[in-house]
Design a protein around this ligand. Structure first.
Ligand SMILES: [Zn+2]
Length: 402
């Protein structure tokens, strides 16, 4: 069990650590971290430590495979033996600040031939920054730690970026949700309400796109046999960014709609975002069917709970238990059906985004798509719940838990 701590912010040269970004976050974020474990990542960044040179140690990165020679491998850090593993990991973190790296793991080797794997982990503050507070202060005092630790710089999963208020920026809200669309945003600090106000700017979307653009030197990884198929659908940067962009489109009564995003966003950027998003994958029928099957499992479980006689506490008092059960079963079944239909519709999102004819004539369709997309990120959370339950209790009987 990893002891989870995190750096909350950096003051004037001193590190302030508190117990746990992931520790404090609500369940959905901890589930997400647990699922995007290093062994299940489809991509990796590869580093190694090279010793010699009169006691000097070099941290180098492998930027392509096969390699032409280690001379091609960039040097990220030079230290002296004995080298502290915490220092190396912190240097890997600082070489990747402001990048979107969910689903990418780091690997550290102790030799130039990449035979001796020393450590590997997620790109996150837990796996890259020393958990030992005293050691951190010692490393900083000794001038060994040269790391960019701005709050958010090491937000490789973009949890903080996607939860920033677009108006006042300083307040992060709604951490019980993994991904946001503007309609759901409510800021206690400045009063911004996504359902009643236009977004003042697209800064959260820009921030995400910038982070995607900065991502580089990623190598493919062989996929572990025990990685669930549904992991292919867990995409948390491009999908919500595109969702935010589309939900920001304004429809003017009686005459077309303003293409606000394109005022600031080059069409090729929108296309790039689309290509990296889950919506692009949904165009492929076999993948779409699999996605529907995976998320439907969430609905199936809820239905099975009611069929097994369970009535949650919050439903009590609304009527007789059997009536409540029957009603909830009907609702969940309808939701499952709606989800399936809406996913089929999202398979044609590219037409709406990039087909000029469709844009001219598709106002009603856009309204509908906006509605679908604002729900869609919830389905991704359902998917994570399904995956996590499988992981934690693969043989769990639903009736036993209720
Ligand atoms: Zn605010």
């Amino acid at each position: 069990m990893i002891e989870e701590r995190a750096l909350s912010r950096i003051g004037s040269g001193s590190l302030i650590i508190h117990g746990g970004m992931y520790d404090e976050l609500p369940t959905i974020h901890r589930m997400f971290r647990d699922l995007t474990r290093p062994e299940w990542c489809r991509s990796r960044k590869v580093y190694y430590v090279e010793k010699g040179f009169g006691g000097r140690v070099r941290l180098r990165q492998v930027t392509s495979l096969p390699r032409k020679g280690r001379e091609q491998d960039p040097v990220l850090f030079i230290g002296r033996e004995p080298i502290d593993l915490d220092v190396i990991k912190a240097q890997i973190a600082t070489a990747n600040v402001d990048q979107a790296l969910s689903g990418v793991r780091w690997e550290l080797y102790g030799d130039t031939q990449l035979c001796e794997l020393v450590a590997q982990g997620r790109f996150d503050i837990v796996d890259l920054i020393p958990r030992d507070r005293e050691n951190v202060h010692r490393l900083v005092a000794g001038g060994h730690l040269n790391v960019d630790l701005r709050s958010g710089a090491l937000d490789f999963d973009n949890i903080l970026t996607t939860h920033e208020c677009p108006k006042c920026h300083c307040h992060r809200f709604g951490l019980d949700i993994l991904m946001f669309v503007p309609e759901w945003m409510r800021c206690d600090a400045c009063g911004f309400s996504g359902s009643s106000e236009r977004l003042p700017n697209l800064s959260p979307v820009f921030a995400l796109v910038r982070r995607l653009d900065h991502t580089k030197d990623i190598l493919p990884a062989s996929i572990s046999n025990d990685a669930p198929e549904a992991m292919h659908f867990v995409e948390v940067v491009a999908t919500p960014a595109l969702a935010q962009l589309i939900c920001h489109w304004h429809i003017t009564v009686g005459g077309g709609y303003e293409k606000k995003p394109y005022d600031h966003f080059e069409p090729e950027n929108v296309r790039r975002l689309y290509e990296r998003s889950l919506f692009n994958l949904l165009r492929i029928e076999v993948i779409r069917r699999r996605f529907i099957r995976c998320v439907s499992e969430h609905f199936n479980r809820r239905i099975a709970e009611f069929e097994a006689g369970h009535v949650p506490e919050f439903c009590r008092g609304e009527g007789r238990d059997d009536e409540i059960r029957a009603q909830r079963i009907t609702e969940w079944t309808q939701d499952r059906q709606t989800f399936e239909e809406e996913t089929e519709e999202l398979a044609h999102l590219d037409e709406l985004l990039f087909d000029a004819t469709s844009i001219q004539n598709g106002i009603l369709r856009l309204e509908r798509i906006r509605g679908i997309i604002s729900k869609f990120t919830l389905y991704l959370e359902d998917l994570i719940e399904v995956l996590w339950e499988d992981h934690c209790a693969p043989t769990a009987d639903i009736t036993e838990r209720t």
